[in-house]
Design a binder for this molecule. Structure first.
Ligand code: ARG
Length: 287
């Protein structure tokens, strides 16, 4: 096991957009976790959501809220709202019609809050930070189930940053953020079993110190964690994962979100980082 060489905290993850679960529920089935016959306990969902907000604030993050809307039960999963880089916001284009009604609410919030809203062509799908997470100087973007590979060139142009594409290979892990969680400048939680062989190579080349999750850890939504400085906020932390994170110098805090897992999402899905700003390309030497 690699030793504790100190955490070089992420430059982002101190400000998040979240949406209270007033209208949350499992009202349709668009991923293998969702079953309409399962009922959501809305009081428990509210308490879990408040618990997550409390833990994030305790760790030093600010939380902004998006107004919940009736008829949009998945609006709580703000990670899917779009991709942020600096003052630019690229709203998602959802794969499923059930979620398309969310698009104008995100675009509206970001426009009202001073971001430049840059839109993808209507012919491609991309589900925002659920599928595109910053690591170092690039966005790692998962595609297949919800986002199209064809979205990446345009996404890269709009956000002004390179995009490394990873093909997802397990329908249970239909978004990248169920399989990949940047921890700091060198480390990430990874679930390579959920990617195709080329995707595994891309991450191997990018992440010097990965913590590879076991299949049961991935299924427990471990990778769907929120990192605030040296604090890793996880839906549940298996002892093996906790030991490695602590050896690296992270604190782990559990924020159970079981009601939201009934819809196929956990801690990361419930947040959208507002302070992502990639450092930009390495400066080329003056001629
Ligand atoms: N029910 C939602 C969907 O299937 C869950 C979204 C989870 N979000 C995420 N970033 N993984 O679209």
């Amino acid at each position: 096991m690699p030793g504790n060489s100190g955490v070089a905290p992420l430059a982002w993850g101190r400000r998040f957009l979240m949406c209270p679960p007033e209208h949350f529920g499992v009202l349709y089935e668009i991923n293998p976790w969702m079953h309409q016959e399962v009922t959501v306990d809305l009081d428990r969902a509210r308490a879990q959501w408040e618990g997550l907000v409390g833990v994030l604030r305790q760790a030093g993050a600010e939380v902004e809220t998006l107004e919940p809307r009736p008829g949009l039960p998945d609006l709580v999963f703000t990670a899917n709202g779009g991709v942020v880089n600096g003052r630019t916001f690229v709203p998602s284009r959802f794969r499923h019609p059930e979620r398309r009604g969310e698009e104008p609410h995100y675009a509206g919030w970001f426009a009202a809050n001073g971001y430049d809203v840059a839109t993808l062509p209507p012919t491609v799908s991309h589900e925002g930070a659920g599928d595109a997470l910053p690591f170092g100087r690039v966005f790692v973007s998962g595609y297949r189930y919800r986002s199209d590979a064809a979205a990446h060139a345009e996404l890269s142009r709009l956000v002004g940053a390179p995009v490394r594409a990873i093909e997802l290979a397990d329908p249970r892990y239909y978004h990248l953020d169920l399989t990949f969680c940047p921890l700091d400048g060198r480390r990430a939680l990874v679930a390579p079993d959920a990617w195709d062989a080329y995707g595994r190579k891309v991450v191997e080349a990018l992440v010097p110190e990965p913590l590879a999750l076991e299949p049961d850890e991935t299924a427990a939504f471990c990778a769907n964690s929120v990192v605030v400085g040296t604090t890793v906020v996880m839906p549940a932390c298996p002892p093996r994962v906790g030991r490695q994170l602590e050896a690296w110098g992270f604190d782990v805090v559990e924020a159970p979100v079981g009601e939201f897992q009934k819809a196929g999402g956990a801690c990361r899905c419930l947040t959208l980082a507002l302070d992502v700003e990639l450092p930009g390309p390495a400066p080329s030497p003056r001629p």
